[in-house]
Design a binder for this molecule. Sequence first.
Ligand code: F6P
Length: 378
Amino acid sequence: MTAPIKRIALSTGGGDAPGLNAVIHAATLAARNRGWEVLGIRDGLNGLLLPDDYPDGGLIELTRDRVRGIIHHGGTIIGTTNRGNPTAYPVRQSDGSWVEVDRTDELLGRIEEQRIDALIMIGGDGSMAIGQHLYEAGLRLVGVPKTIDNDLEKTTSTFGFDSAVDFASECIDRLFATATSHGRIIVVEVMGRYAGWIALNAGMASGVHAILIPEIPFSLDPVAALIVEREQRGAKFSIVCVAEGAIPVGGEVSIVGKSPGQAERLGGIGAKVAAELERMTGREARTVVLGHLLRGGSPTSFDRLLGLRFGAAAVRALDEGHNGVMVALNPPTVDYVPLVEATHRQKTVPLDCDSLLTARDMGINFGDEMPSHSTIGR
Ligand code: F6P
């Protein structure tokens, strides 16, 4: 028999994603309606680890008033960080170097001190792994999967993804104007880390001619051949959607840099692809990097609803005595899955998935050999 809950805390970790505030809204109301107190931890877990850095001590009381009218807002009202892993916390030394320190015990002490009975941890793969660690260390915890990248296992979707795809598609729609008017190649680079979900979905939805994703190492020969062949057919423009994690055959992923305590920052592949295609085809090529624009703006209604469903389900899970689980979309329902299962590996685009087959059937080029039935391309 688990002890009754009186007070919970919510944290949002990793990159912001549209729909985070919807989770906070529903979780707060569902908890308050059970008579529980609700706290928001500022900036991931930093509000607990660095209380002196915040005028309010790093914790916000989440009242009905505080969460009113936030469902449609991007970002997170409690803040986030992607450099606050308590198991490997980056600490700057007096000589300017950085060391990583395990602050788990300190964190658990602060949670006890604040009389927090359970934590709802909202985040991506990194946060779910931290959640698993804290659960193993004795914390009562439920995870909520978030990421625009859609790369988390055990849930059909993460909120944030639909909004990112929707906005990327709108941007690409707009780029058709310049591409067609000037007869240019436009290479659009989108986020997604090591998964090609955003590039595949946005590229298909907006009708691009080639899509380069991390799951299919690419050569630009077939892409250039398609561009030239399109030109011969009178289509003097082409649009290529490239995922930031796309990798050339025999090459490396394109990394911009890495800060202490953070994962490496991907980027730059779009410019390389554009320069090479311009050289290979003789046609002017431009690059557009959508970057963090994909994380902002108002969530789509799909992401709002998924966020609300996840937030309320996380509270129900705690109320029903679940622990060490992640809420997960398993249409038509929301399930609870062991957190550990969600952290085993990243969910990447399966090479035989229906979307990829559809794209190939339409002649979209992936920088690999075209299947035999598709001789012309888009
Ligand atoms: O995981 C979400 C994401 O937006 C990735 O698509 C991207 O690689 C990364 O975060 C960028 O993070 P940062 O906020 O550190 O630039």
